[in-house]
Design a protein. Structure first.
Length: 503
């Protein structure tokens, strides 16, 4: 096969190898293409601005075929110079397209972690650092060469349904590809202008969708040639189009422009909110949320008023129903971001909680104090590290605080979920005061309700507005929440006082 499709697995918009024989040594996958192997380059851009670049290459040697991609994305934390976050994915397959191994590595200023999925005889192992765990997969995952072969056999005649490995969820996911000949799916004027240099090569429009509990979720759109090799790719991130477009090796020298950091998306408060009001109950009127659905929690009540949302917040004024068994199981699951089965997590729980018989609330309070003391007092805006990154380095911001606390909660047997939203700040933040700052914290099921715990800012107040909930804690959930920040406004904030009881 002259070319191979190499599909992204969540660039972060942000990755070694053994044969099927357990005794075989890992092939040495080079950090760059071997001599004589050509790379394909693409530029990652939004609104015409280059945010990152991607390099891909493929070759076969002996009985194995290697597919690799390296994606660099420019990031800039407040007050710091531009740096690069790098994601590398590597796949190894046999000549007959049997998957042998896959790996994902992330390198950034404060995060450096690697995961490998390795075929071991008839089974599979997941390796992180020096730890290997056998995992059961009901079917073999499709890697790049096998995936392109399946597309060539299908020839776009019907939707192609596959099972593919996800490093984010650490499971096989069901993926559907829908094919439309470009002749039957005309480009809109903006797409035509963007893809003009490659129009003669484009033969197919391919929609990639992931199956979820709520049905098929659209993830990306490819424009490919007749052999189903992607030429360009379109995704959605933070409510805008993100494109991967072909370019030549000059991409390596092109200056990248980092997107606006999430912590620069501050939401102005209507006025300074007093500490007394924050300790009580506040009702907010939110604008710019016509199509948004904010979660109801045990601390947050939401109702719609025309194109506005009225959100009331206090310690226990929410009306969320009790979770079912499936929700509690999801809040106890281990994954790439929350590896609470890791022995290091278990050791911390043993040391912090000891043999004391504690209520879930008391245990979470102890774990919250541990995370506060363990993490650096000055936040390091690392991008998005895992809970294990945070435990090992002690660096991070509110995302790493929350991921570590949630993982420790689960390690202690307490269902925990991540909350992404806003937290009010009376102090100066990035030069501004009286603003709501994007924030992430934890809610734990303490037996009768979901209760908030925050190792970064301290005790929960009526200044916390939940925009999204996530049991997985993955970066995709965080990016989805960010889309709201582009339009959201806080139009009013009213302190609600309890009426005195009649004599």
């Amino acid at each position: 096969m002259g070319s191979v499709v190499v599909f992204r697995r969540g660039v972060g918009l942000l990755s070694v190898f053994l044969s099927a024989c357990a005794a075989s040594p890992a092939p040495n996958v080079p950090p760059s293409p071997p001599v004589g192997v050509e790379s394909r380059w693409q530029v990652l851009q939004r609104d015409g601005q280059p945010l990152g670049r991607r390099q891909q290459w493929h070759y076969c040697a002996g009985e194995r075929c290697f597919s690799s991609e390296v994606t660099d994305i420019a990031v800039q934390q407040p007050g710091a110079p531009v740096s690069i976050s790098r994601v590398r994915l590597d796949y190894v397959e046999s000549r007959d397209a049997q998957g042998l191994s896959a790996s994902k590595q992330l390198r950034s200023k404060a995060a450096n972690h690697r995961l490998q999925l390795i075929r071991q005889g008839d089974g599979w192992q997941l390796q992180q650092a020096e730890r290997r765990n056998a995992i059961r997969l009901e079917s073999a995952p499709l890697f790049p060469v096998a995936l392109q072969r399946s597309m060539l056999e299908n020839r776009g005649q019907a939707p192609l349904v596959t099972r593919e490995w996800s490093f984010s969820s650490l499971t096989l996911e069901t993926i559907r590809y829908r094919f439309t000949p470009i002749s039957q799916s005309p480009l809109d004027p903006e797409q035509r202008e963007l893809l003009l240099p490659w129009l003669q090569q484009i033969a197919w429009r391919i929609d990639r969708e992931r199956q979820t509990e709520r049905g098929w979720q659209w993830q990306a759109e490819w424009f490919s040639d007749v052999n189903f090799t992607p030429i360009a790719e379109r995704n959605l991130s933070a409510g805008s189009d993100l494109w991967l477009l072909p370019c030549d090796e000059r991409c390596r020298d092109q200056a990248l422009q980092p997107p606006q950091h999430v912590y620069q998306r501050l939401i102005r408060s209507p006025y300074r909110i007093s500490d007394e009001a924050l300790r009580g109950k506040i009702r907010y009127q939110l604008g710019g949320v016509a199509d948004a659905e904010l979660p109801a929690t045990g601390e947050q009540q939401v109702r719609r008023q025309d194109d506005k949302l009225l959100v009331s917040i206090c310690d226990d004024c929410g009306d969320e129903s009790a979770p079912d068994r499936g929700s509690l199981q999801a809040a106890m699951a281990a994954n790439y971001w929350l590896p609470h089965h890791d022995s290091a997590m278990q050791r911390v729980v043993e040391e912090v909680l000891g043999d004391a018989e504690l209520s879930p609330r008391a245990a979470m309070q102890r774990l919250t104090r541990f995370v506060t003391g363990h993490m650096d007092e000055v936040a390091t805006y690392s991008g998005y590290g895992t809970a294990l990154d945070a435990l090992q380095s002690g660096h991070g911001d509110c995302t790493e605080h929350a991921l570590l606390l949630a993982a420790l909660g689960r390690a202690a047997g307490i269902p925990s979920r991540l909350v992404m939203g806003l937290a009010y700040n009376n102090e100066r933040f990035l030069g501004r005061r009286f603003v709501f700052v994007p924030h992430m914290w934890v809610q734990a099921w303490t037996g009768d309700r979901w209760e908030s715990f925050d190792s970064g800012l301290g005790a929960f107040t009526a200044g916390y507005i939940a925009l999204a909930l996530s049991a997985e804690g993955d970066q995709a959930s965080f990016l989805a929440m960010n889309a709201l920040l582009d339009t959201l406004s806080i139009d009013s904030a009213v302190q609600l006082r309890s009426r005195p009881a009649e004599p």
